[in-house]
Design a protein around this ligand. Structure first.
Ligand code: MSP
Length: 644
């Protein structure tokens, strides 16, 4: 990749169909990547558009009883509207019926024809209308295309691009440039495809069969094959053959983002076309997986599409953007259901981020005069929160390079969870009550600073909500769009800044807003209690308390629980009985310091499972001033002794 620019493209979408989640996904992904690169101060160009020629569009127009151009003009509006509503900030939108594109395609065709890269020949074979592809006899499966689509026999004179000549070169290029096709398993798929002899590519359609396309400059009885026309959009949009400065500025593209359904056209047709034109290849072609519904690809022909507009109108743009970006592991398929969407929204956005925002801002409003307080000296807990948060920034940059956005987002949410834990442990409501203004200021400052950084980190994914949040944190207009550099350092929030208005950023979704068949079962995550004040204690009578059996236990063994930073597993004895308990004290005690200690446990508590480990009983500990200490005896008593 040219280190000094970022040029990202989406496939250009056919105008036979209105936009659905699948299209929205690729476009959003490009938008998010472009936004991150802008935050890195990298010159960025984001191109999307529509593919307006070819059989599919022609057929859709015939069915609707309108001309193909009318079909294109009507449908393109739907895409433009959708992208506007979804907050897609593209730099250019290209339509393949625009002169700036058609003229370049014709120049390319003419040049290739003049140089005998394109020749006239007779074609006989099988043609699949819905895929707009020819197949050889051998490629058919049960008389249909390998995708199971109907094919028809065709004999005709056509024009061919000498693609077969480039087979060895392409294999060699792919071998030498592992970054060219990503993820790796897609590269192997293309290399597998290239093991069979690569034929020449039929790049024309006789007008008698398909009148809708770009005329071949030397034979007006033919139009150009839609893929040979469409792929050129990636260079015609940035000035190829028209504006050398612009072209040299952006080409080669950093990423062509595509769905896995169009891998061959992008990793075989396109590179060989570019090679014949004498142009450098794009840095990376990245194929993502499909959004599935009930195990099937979401597509108009299957009739299982979810209208992104509908989800967005019901739950908001950012909720949809967040879900699509956080849910899909790039490269893999993912399943879309309204229930899953709501579950993730409630857990990450409403519970974790939304609650942190509301408790921190509310407490600053109530206890610090509505302005960012001055922090006192940082202790271990503050240093840990800082490390977690800055670690998330580093991780995001790394995951951007590795195209594992979902993991970068996950780390940002982990930092939010750490801040919520910090807030719980520090109990700022107690500090306020005790009048410990300095500690209170420290806790509120550090929690708000975590929010400043996380809001910047998530800004490219959920720009609308993060703009609101950053305003609430008192950031000025020119600070709303963050520079990644400003997120790499702790302490950017200026004490004294007055907070903006506070509102519920992500209200919980209690049930699907529209009862759809099959959408009824919304998994209900347990609502987490996130106090901003000390929870009020219920008054109980002595009989209720007497039900709790407290006993002295001795710790026999203790060890950390793998992959659970906060948990320790312990074997304890109650004198006549050994038990296992699991407790969340690993951040406060080393296992070796616990062995031999006499502690107090609730002995008659129902068994519970923590991370798959049974816990039979609960130990008692006190928390305060950022510490957690176990209740112990001031003189040794035998295990099993009762506590009352
Ligand atoms: N016009 C061609 C692309 C030409 S690019 C030079 C085309 N268009 S399309 O309208 O069919 O859109 C295909 C793209 O939409 C896919 O490659 C993918 O990026 C996206 N998706 C369509 N359905 C999808 C899913 N169900 N899931 C994820 N993305 C999918 O092919």
């Amino acid at each position: 990749m040219k280190a000094n620019h970022f040029y990202v493209t989406t496939p250009i979408y056919y105008v036979n169909d209105v936009p659905h989640i699948g299209h929205a996904y690729t476009t959003m992904l490009a938008d998010v990547l472009a936004r991150y690169h802008r935050l890195l101060d990298m010159p960025t160009f984001f191109l999307t558009g529509t593919d307006e020629h070819g059989q599919k569009v022609h057929n859709a127009a015939s069915e609707a009883g309108i001309t193909a151009q009318e079909q294109a003009d009507r449908t393109v509006v739907r895409f433009l509207e959708a992208w506007k509503k979804l907050g897609i900030a593209y730099d250019d939108f290209i339509r393949t019926t625009e002169k700036r594109h058609t003229a370049v395609v014709q120049d390319i065709l003419k040049d290739l024809y003049d140089r005998d890269e394109i020749y006239r020949g007779e074609y006989e074979g099988w043609y699949c209308v819905s895929e707009e592809r020819f197949y050889t006899e051998k490629e058919l499966v049960d008389g249909k295309s390998p995708e199971g689509k109907p094919v028809e026999r065709i004999v005709e004179v056509n024009y061919f691009f000498r693609m077969g000549n480039y087979q060895e070169w392409l294999i060699d290029y792919i071998d030498k440039h592992p970054e060219f096709i990503q993820p790796d398993f897609r590269r192997n798929e293309t290399l597998g495809f290239l093991k069979k002899p690569l034929g020449d590519l039929c790049i024309s359609r006789p007008k008698t069969r398909l009148p809708w396309g770009i005329d071949l400059p030397w034979d007006s009885d033919y139009v150009c094959y839609v893929w040979f026309d469409a792929l050129v959009n990636y260079i015609s949009a940035v000035g190829y053959l028209r504006d050398d400065d612009q072209f040299n500025r952006w080409w080669p593209a950093s990423y062509h983002l595509i769905g896995k359904d169009i891998l061959t056209t992008h990793t075989v047709y396109w590179p060989t076309m570019l090679k014949a034109m004498g142009i450098a290849l794009p840095q990376t072609i990245f194929a993502h997986g499909w959004w599935l519904v009930g195990g099937e690809k979401m597509s108009k022909s299957v009739g299982n599409v979810t209208d992104p507009m509908e989800i967005m109108d019901l739950y908001g743009i950012d909720a949809l953007r967040y879900y699509l970006m956080a849910e899909m592991t790039l490269g893999q398929d993912a399943t879309f259901t309204e229930g899953k969407f709501i579950k993730r929204y409630n857990s990450d956005l409403a519970n974790d981020l939304g609650n942190l925002v509301s408790r921190v801002l509310k407490m600053i409003a109530r206890n610090a005069g509505g302005a960012i307080p001055r922090p006192g000296e940082a202790g271990d807990a503050e240093n840990e929160l800082r490390a977690q948060t800055l670690g998330a920034v580093e991780a995001m940059e790394e995951h951007l390079r590795g195209m594992s956005l979902d993991r970068g987002i996950g780390r940002a949410i982990d930092a939010v969870r750490a801040a919520n834990r910090y807030f719980d442990q520090m109990q700022p409501w107690k500090l306020a009550r005790e009048g410990d203004t300095e500690r209170l200021g420290t806790v509120l400052y550090n929690s708000a600073e975590c929010l400043r950084i996380v809001s910047g980190l998530l800004y490219p994914v959920i720009p609308t909500k993060m703009t609101e949040l950053r305003r609430s944190l008192g950031l000025r207009d020119d600070e709303i769009e963050p520079h990644l550099a400003s997120l790499r350092e702790w302490g950017g929030l200026e004490p004294g800044r007055v907070l903006g208005s506070v509102q519920a950023l992500f209200p919980r979704i209690e049930k699907p807003k529209e009862a759809k068949p099959g959408a009824a079962a919304v998994p209900k995550p347990k609502e987490k209690k996130m106090p901003t004040e000390e929870p009020e204690a219920e008054i109980i009578d002595i009989d209720t308390f007497a039900k709790v059996q407290l006993k002295i236990a001795k710790i026999l063994r203790a060890e950390r629980v793998p992959k659970a930073d906060r948990l320790l597993r312990m074997d304890i004895t109650l004198g006549d009985e050994e038990r296992q308990i699991v407790a969340g004290i690993a951040e406060h005690y080393a296992p070796e310091d616990l062995v031999g200690k006499s502690i107090v446990v609730v002995a008659n508590l129902k068994k519970a499972k923590l991370r798959g480990l049974e816990s039979h009983g609960m130990l008692l500990a006190a928390s305060g001033a950022g510490k957690v200490r176990l209740l112990t005896l001031d003189e040794e008593l035998p295990p099993g002794s009762s506590v009352s």
